[in-house]
Design a protein around this ligand. Structure first.
Ligand code: C5P
Length: 402
């Protein structure tokens, strides 16, 4: 699992996993593990056809409890057909077949899973997997539209090569997509109604047509902030420097390369957002007059003139309204407190998160970070080295508490 998706704030939550009969049913075991990694308790129900592909024992062995199968299995509780009901915070069906989707749409309850879903009082998270002809069939299209209209979280299947050799739409959605939608369904929506802008990753400043000046930022911290805000209900726009990371489709993503592009993209949305968080490692300088042709070697020393890039955060800080909340990051290699304090004032920030990039387990490319956090009211905390997802979660907690 990518480190910016590894949240572990779900102790005490229960997620029920429904599994239908598809060749992709084995992937439900991996999904179970991913969700367990968040601290959530998992239980499961397999349809009779799912049990032809995977066994209840596989789910039990991985710690899911209870695991339901046959409707009238004496092992199951007498009222198992009504479980999990209010006891589960979320109910995810992955993979969902055309048959189960049809049952959900019509309210049929002729097996354990369909009966339990009918008795579940909250929206379901549904991740289909089937042959493209089944997916494109008029009946499936109508059933899927009905489930969407009812407010269930309906994750579109993906395109690609099917097990049967055909190509088309019908592949089980990527597990990270299902995992995140499942988490969002059980997360308190305490950032709902807030528009959040986040800058993340490095910028690249070209010397010539093939070389650039940059830094090793991977965007992990910013991605963790973006995903955490989205899980908590915020409307998130992520302005990404060149990074190799995937974000869920619920986040509006703008890809840029240079600091000037990042500045333009951030300026475009800044006035509309309630919260702006600048975690990008922006290059402060760029080569002046980058050459359209490749520099040739063998011509003695290379001299490159640099000119200053816009300070995106500082410039937008001057345009900040009373209602907007501004968060900055500071990567330092010494005098963390003093430097953070100075930046908090100079950039008109409400909160600053500083880290010593030379400390162990901190900064660029790590999945962990050790930060000092300071707000404009004078509160300061030094946090131990934590997962970046934990730092992100705590930053939003701090903002909500102000
Ligand atoms: O002044 P310094 O570069 O240390 O400030 C870091 C903070 O300012 C970070 O939040 C970073 O994203 C932001 N920044 C910016 N534009 C720059 C330089 C830094 O937005 N050109």
């Amino acid at each position: 699992m990518q480190p910016y998706l590894a949240f572990n704030h779900y102790l005490g939550k229960r997620v029920h996993l429904g599994v239908c009969g598809s060749i992709s049913a084995f992937k439900a075991l991996e999904l179970l593990r991913m969700l367990q990694g968040t601290g959530a308790h998992l239980s499961a129900t397999l349809t009779p056809s799912a049990m032809r592909f995977v066994t209840p024992l596989s789910f039990e062995a991985l710690g899911a409890a209870p695991v339901y199968g046959e409707m009238f299995d004496t092992r199951d509780a007498l009222y198992g057909h009504l479980d999990p009901g209010q006891d589960a915070d979320g109910f995810v069906i992955a993979p969902a077949t055309a048959n189960t989707i049809a049952k959900l749409a019509c309210g049929l309850a002729d097996d354990m899973l369909s009966c339990q879903t009918l008795a579940f009082p909250h929206p379901l998270v549904i991740a289909p997997a089937m042959n493209p002809r089944l997916w494109n069939a008029a009946a499936t299209r109508e059933n899927w539209a009905k489930l969407n209209e009812r407010g269930h979280v309906c994750i579109e299947p993906e395109c690609g090569a099917m097990a049967c050799g055909e190509e088309g739409r019908g592949r089980l959605p990527q597990l990270e997509r299902i995992y995140l939608q499942a988490l969002r369904a059980v997360t308190r929506q305490d950032m709902a109604g807030r528009k959040v802008l986040i800058t993340l990753g490095p910028t690249r400043e070209p010397f010539d047509c093939v070389r650039f000046w940059s830094n090793p930022s991977t965007g992990t911290m910013g991605a963790a902030l973006a995903v955490a805000a989205w899980l908590r209900g915020a409307d998130v726009t992520a302005i990404c420097g060149p990074v190799d990371l995937w974000l869920p489709e619920g986040i509006t993503r703008v890809d840029v390369s240079t600091a000037r592009e990042m500045f333009e993209a951030a300026s475009d949305v800044f006035s509309e957002v309630d919260v702006a968080c600048f975690s990008a490692a922006v290059a402060d300088y760029r080569p002046a007059n980058p050459s359209a042709e490749k520099f040739k070697k063998g011509q003695g020393e290379l001299q490159v003139q640099f000119e200053a890039n816009p300070d995106i955060l500082k410039t937008l800080g001057t345009r900040k309204s009373q209602q907007q909340f501004l968060i900055g990051f500071a990567a330092e290699s010494g005098q963390l407190d003093a430097n953070c304090r100075a930046k908090l004032t100079a950039k008109k920030l409400d909160l600053i998160v500083g880290n010593d990039v030379t400390a162990q387990g901190c900064g660029f490319g790590h999945s962990t970070n050790g930060v000092t956090v300071l707000d404009a009211k004078g509160r300061m905390e030094i946090w131990p080295v934590l997962a970046k997802t934990e730092v992100a979660w705590r930053v939003w907690d701090w903002m909500l508490g102000l």
